[in-house]
Ligand binder design. Structure first.
Ligand code: CTP
Ligand code: MG
Length: 230
């Protein structure tokens, strides 16, 4: 199997409250974005990597990536205002290629190759799939701090990236969203909006997105666990 991956890394990482974009925070000597890209660099199924970078950080990112000698990274693509804008620019940089395209957050450095492959296989046979894990907490809907109802948990999934799509299908979904001025919270939601069925592939709880400072503590624990041979 083969795929290409678009890695949006052009955010500002505001919720992380670091003095720099969270992509550049170091974990075990390497920046977060390097951990993320190394997964795809190592994976033989992955043919090309598009990384979408904040316009102001292009030079810094280029210098960083050059020092790691990655071989699959195409010329850096400048990002947009929202994640959706950044991903769209990344997708367009891969145009007319067909095949399977994954979208994976630069801030998710722990996805395993096994789960990526599960996702790619499901995407090949269905057109669209996402990684997700079962929600562990009880989820309630509230209004003005009053519980309105408890949502049955059996069918609830916390959706992660990567999300995989037949290339034309996801580009069409992004263009449709642009035309209708529709904002979605993830790539899949734009594809769902076109009426396309999206499949869920069960992922792993380790595949966290580094969002707030306490996620860095979890990240360190995951790295320690992996060093222990797990
Ligand atoms: N992203 C992007 N372009 C944007 C916004 C986000 O490429 N305009 C990327 C981020 O760099 C990140 C991924 O999308 O890898 C997921 O977004 P999120 O976790 O929200 O990251 P940030 O937007 O950087 O963080 P925050 O929302 O806290 O500012
Ligand atoms: Mg954001």
């Amino acid at each position: 199997m083969e795929y290409k991956v678009v890695v949006p890394a052009a955010g500002q990482g505001k919720r992380m409250k670091a003095e720099k974009n969270k992509q550049f925070i170091t974990l075990d000597d390497d920046p977060v974005i390097v951990h993320t890209l190394a997964i795809f660099e190592k994976d033989h199924w992955c043919k090309e990597i598009i990384i979408v970078v904040n316009e102001k950080e292009i030079e810094e990112m280029k210098a960083l990536l050059d020092s790691y000698h990655f071989t699959k990274i195409l010329p850096l693509v400048p990002g947009g205002k929202e994640r959706q804008d950044s991903v769209y620019k990344g997708l367009k940089a891969l145009d007319n290629q067909g095949g399977i395209t994954l979208v994976h957050d630069g801030a998710r450095p722990f996805v395993s190759i096994e789960r990526v492959h599960d996702l790619v296989e499901k995407t090949a046979s269905t057109g669209a799939s996402v990684l997700g894990v079962k929600v562990k907490d009880t989820v309630k809907r509230g209004a003005e701090m009053i519980v309105k109802d408890t949502v049955p948990r059996e069918n609830l999934w916390a959706i992660q990236t990567p999300q995989g799509f037949h290339h034309e299908l996801v580009v069409r979904a992004y263009e449709d969203a642009l035309e209708k001025n529709h904002q979605g919270t993830d790539d899949s939601s734009l594809v769902e909006f076109t009426g396309q069925e999206v499949h869920i592939v069960e992922g792993e709880y380790d595949n966290i997105k580094l969002t707030t400072p306490e996620d860095l503590i979890i990240a360190k624990a995951i790295l320690e666990k992996r060093k222990g041979g797990d």
